[in-house]
Design a protein. Structure first.
Length: 76
């Protein structure tokens, strides 16, 4: 369950980094004093997104471990 959550976080980070490189001209105008490809800014954003994503994964994973498998199969 945590691995699936981390995959989603990784795909989101990759999509965000690609979008930031595509939209560099727009981002340069929106963030004064910081270049759109500033490595410190990009790494800080990646660290925040990873920590938020990984903090959100354990709650559903723990809840999923408490569900009775037979009850889950009956609803499908």
């Amino acid at each position: 369950m945590l691995l699936n959550g981390f995959r989603l976080v990784a795909y989101g980070i990759l999509a965000g980094l690609l979008a930031s490189y595509v939209l560099t001209r727009f981002l340069v105008n929106q963030i004064p004093g910081v270049s759109a490809t500033d490595p410190w800014t990009l790494s800080a954003v990646v660290a925040i997104v990873v920590s938020a994503g990984l903090a959100a994964c354990p709650v559903p994973a723990r809840r999923a471990t408490k569900v009775d498998p037979m009850m889950a199969l009956r609803y499908e």
